[in-house]
Design a protein around this ligand. Structure first.
Ligand SMILES: Cc1cc2nc3c(=O)[nH]c(=O)nc-3n(C[C@H](O)[C@H](O)[C@H](O)COP(=O)(O)OP(=O)(O)OC[C@H]3O[C@@H](n4cnc5c(N)ncnc54)[C@H](O)[C@@H]3O)c2cc1C
Length: 459
């Protein structure tokens, strides 16, 4: 039984935010009904993104709507506020929140009081000061970016097919991915596979006309699946004519020319940046303790270290890995940890409210699965290594079991089944990004730049 009314504020509606709120609304059902507890989730988007499905969404194997989970539907006992927390003053238990309405009204940000804080804004792309990157780079963390990238790749094939200028054609058919973690490798593997398939519908674009390049600063890719499978992946990608450049960095992409540290230059309209993540900048706008790397310093019980009534988990938090042999190891920023931490975190808030002892988060990393295109993949599960079709199949089984809600599972499974029976989708709906353009033209206005005109989102 909770002694007094507790206002719980959850910052972020991703893995940690959604699963923590789900756990809390399930375990505190009675308290919520009696008005003893109140849960508010503040997040910029009304949905949680199942990020491991982004590469398949980019390849067109899963519809964008099925990669996201509507928060208002699953968190029906919580208040979902679409907005951003811009600062937290834990000493006074207040968070500063901006919403679409505050922007519309031109008013000041709102102050939201709370008693328990769950800080889970995740991470942002780790961007380096590479010339041209801010103008031309494309990220791969959101569903909008994944779908934008799909449209962009198909559009480049259209440009290549219709131009008479060999330089334009060459740049359009050159695709550079920077970063060999699973976001970069899976995105490249799926998109190359999709483009190779799509090329059969073009009379003058052949798969061998395209240049797909993966640039990785270290001497290996996919560290998540281990050294041997990382090496195997390099061999597989190279067999597909993908250039994998290890111990190489992107020095510049100014003027739409990718210049690499080994001196190679590739004129290109596509530079996808997946070179790791860093903790969300919101953390620095709080009075909570951070590590030298800017992550929220947490204990293995997922409480913020030395601070009462503040909790953290996921990409934003530095949580000690109590299963690691080496002391001082932190849990990796993966969905695998985020999801399990959220469950323990939810339980620990309930324990704290009820005056019960807290649980310790302990999860031994079970391995990783990665898809490299249709029927291709690598996996390492509890020490067992899988390659090719079995790994790809395992990837699908694992993620189908993990994607939240039965509704999503059924829809994703139906899509995969239909895709197996019919041909793959090869259409680009780039004009969706500018739905008013045609009407603006008809009405005599000046149409806003199309997907290929501006540097951002089209580069
Ligand atoms: C392409 C891709 C593929 C991946 N594949 C895998 C995989 O196969 N396996 C695996 O284990 N991991 C994978 N990951 C990593 C995994 O998705 C992350 O580790 C996980 O999402 C972390 O969960 P989180 O809750 O900490 O952050 P997120 O899920 O990113 O959630 C953060 C939330 O906070 C919100 N937010 C941001 N700023 C604010 C603010 N100011 N105020 C309020 N809310 C805010 C965001 O909108 C978001 O909803 C992948 C990641 C990517 C990008």
């Amino acid at each position: 039984m909770v002694k007094e009314r507790a206002r719980i504020l959850v910052v972020g509606g991703g893995y940690v935010g959604m699963y923590t709120a789900l756990r809390l609304q399930r375990r505190l059902k009675g308290e919520l009904r009696r008005g003893e507890v109140d849960i508010t989730v503040v997040t910029p988007d009304p949905y949680m993104t199942y990020q491991p499905f982004l590469p398949e969404a980019a390849a067109g194997a899963i519809s964008p709507r099925h990669v996201v989970v509507p928060l208002r539907r699953v968190l029906h006992r919580c208040h979902v506020v679409i907005g951003e927390v811009t600062a937290v003053d834990h000493a006074t238990r207040t968070a500063t929140v901006t919403t679409l309405a505050t922007a519309e009204e031109g008013g000041a940000a709102e102050l939201l009081g709370y008693d328990e804080l769950v800080l889970a804004p995740g991470s942002v792309s780790r961007v380096l000061p590479v010339p041209g990157l801010a103008e031309y780079g494309i990220g791969f963390k959101t569903v909008e970016e994944a779908i934008g990238l799909r449209n962009h790749v198909i559009e480049q094939m259209d440009i290549a097919s219709s131009t008479r200028d060999p330089a334009v054609r060459d740049a359009a058919l050159t695709f550079v991915f920077v970063g060999g973690g699973y976001a970069g490798v899976e995105a490249l593997g799926e998109l190359e596979d999709m483009a190779r398939y799509t090329a059969r519908y073009y009379h003058n674009v052949r798969p061998e006309d395209m240049k797909w390049i993966l640039v990785e600063a270290s001497d290996r890719i996919l560290p998540e699946v281990g050294t041997e499978l990382g090496r195997y992946t390099v061999t597989q990608l190279r067999r597909r004519n993908i250039q994998v450049l290890l111990e190489t960095r992107l020095d510049s992409c100014a003027d739409r020319v990718a210049v690499l540290s080994d001196g190679q230059r590739f004129p290109t309209r596509t530079v996808v940046w997946t070179a790791g993540v860093r903790p969300h900048p919101l953390l620095a706008a709080t009075d909570l303790p951070l590590t030298a790397h800017g992550r929220l310093r947490c204990t293995a019980r997922l409480a913020v270290d030395g601070v009462e009534h503040a909790w953290g988990a996921g990409d934003a938090a530095a949580v000690p890995d109590v299963t690691a042999a080496e002391p001082g190891t932190e849990t990796a920023p993966t969905a695998q940890h985020a999801l399990r931490q959220a469950e323990v975190l939810g339980d620990n808030i309930v324990h704290a409210l009820r005056g019960e002892p807290l649980e310790t988060y302990a999860h031994k990393y079970g391995g990783s699965v990665a898809a490299l295109g249709l029927h291709k993949g690598v996996a390492q599960i509890y020490g067992r290594r899988l390659k090719g079709y079995p790994a790809w199949f395992m990837h699908r089984v694992y993620h189908l079991s993990r994607v939240p809600t039965f509704n999503r599972k059924a829809r994703v499974l139906a899509e995969w089944t239909l895709a197996g029976l019919f041909k793959r989708e090869i259409v680009s709906l780039g004009s969706l990004e500018h739905p008013r353009a045609e009407f603006e033209l008809a009405a005599g206005g000046k149409p806003s730049p199309g997907p290929s005109d501006g540097p951002k989102g089209s580069s």
